[in-house]
Design a protein around this ligand. Structure first.
Ligand code: COA
Ligand code: MG
Length: 294
């Protein structure tokens, strides 16, 4: 489970060199919107060179159905990326199409079948919002789900997707919530979208804290300075862990009980599940951190 995914435009050798020092749990090398069409061929080659021998590197390819997507995959798959970030899927069918392409390329390059994961940015097209319930059975490659507002707002001709206070306007709050529940239904982590005001660290900290409160497990980052703020926001606090340990212990001591009282509060099954989830998260994140320190 990753708290932070740092986007790095693959047309920038300089940024790619810096990306590894930011402390992100995962890096996404971008071959799509942050790379100009004329720079794409060189960017693909650079991505291959970067991938060799590295872990937790994802690549955002171009949308399924484009020639660029085919060229992206052909050039990166020999170097075994951790996963593919898929922009603008129309729905589950696009994710399955990508999975079928990966089946073939893994075979061709002698990679373990099914090793390449998929993270769709699942709300970038209006029509995609109506099929989000279908991701649960889409493909075992589905590793997480994220969402985006920029392409979605452009697609409907909106003049803004955030209000004057910086908060998402209702149509984009809806898309965000649908992504969260679609990921919940598919039992994969939901990853909140980018916070584009990359100099506003206080705003980012507030946004990320709210994302974690709502159930997101991590966030996309666009700038190295955002990574640490995000990583900290998605760690359960010591107080949360302590409380979760007490809840799990209480249910373990009372295996026949449905509802129990603790600190004057009623606890039942959803609280137990949530406490177990926090402990699991703490364990996984501790493992991620340990790996990052090696
Ligand atoms: N990954 C790695 N390094 C990055 C980086 C990133 N995403 N963003 C900035 N840096 C580097 C810069 O190269 C710079 O290093 P340098 O001083 O050695 O040149 C340093 O971090 C500070 O950058 P800064 O000057 O604060 O920002 P900038 O004006 O150079 O770049 C952006 C601003 C937004 C263009 C840049 O952060 C970026 O490209 N972000 C990713 C965009 C993206 O991938 N979008 C697609 C997903 S929405
Ligand atoms: Mg985009």
């Amino acid at each position: 489970m990753n708290r932070s995914y740092l986007f790095v435009p693959a047309d920038s050798e300089r940024k790619m060199k810096k990306a590894g020092d930011a402390g992100a749990d995962a890096i996404i090398l971008d071959l799509e919107d942050s790379v100009a069409a004329g720079a794409r061929v060189a960017a693909r080659e650079r991505v291959g060179g970067y991938l060799a021998g590295r872990d937790d590197i994802w690549v955002r390819i171009n949308p399924v159905g484009t020639d660029d997507a085919v060229a992206d995959l052909n050039s990166i798959m020999p170097f075994a990326p951790t996963g593919i970030v898929l922009p603008k899927p129309c729905g589950v069918a696009d994710v399955q199409r990508l999975a079928a392409m990966l089946d073939e390329l893994e075979r061709e390059h002698g990679l373990d079948a099914g090793r390449t994961e998929i993270l769709p940015i699942c709300t970038e097209r209006p029509e995609a919002l109506f099929g989000l319930g279908g991701y649960a059975d889409a493909t075992p490659r589905l590793a997480a789900m994220s969402w985006g507002a920029e392409d979605l707002s452009a697609a409907v001709g909106a003049s803004a997707n955030r209000g004057d206070d910086g908060n998402w306007l209702p149509p984009y709050e809806l898309a965000r919530s649908l992504c969260l529940f679609a990921a919940g239904a598919a039992e994969v982590p939901a990853v909140d979208t980018v916070y584009t005001d990359f100099r506003d660290m206080d705003g980012l900290a507030r946004y990320a804290a709210n994302a974690r409160r709502d159930g997101f497990c991590g966030m996309l980052a666009i700038h190295p300075a955002q990574v640490d703020v995000i990583n900290r926001a998605f760690m359960p606090s010591a107080a949360e862990i302590e409380r979760a340990e007490r809840i799990v212990a209480l249910f373990a001591e009372n295996p026949e009980a449905g509802a129990l009282g603790m600190d004057g509060e009623m606890l039942d099954r959803p609280h137990h599940v949530q406490a177990q989830r926090i402990l699991q998260l703490a364990k996984r994140l501790a493992a991620v951190q340990e790996k990052g320190c090696e």
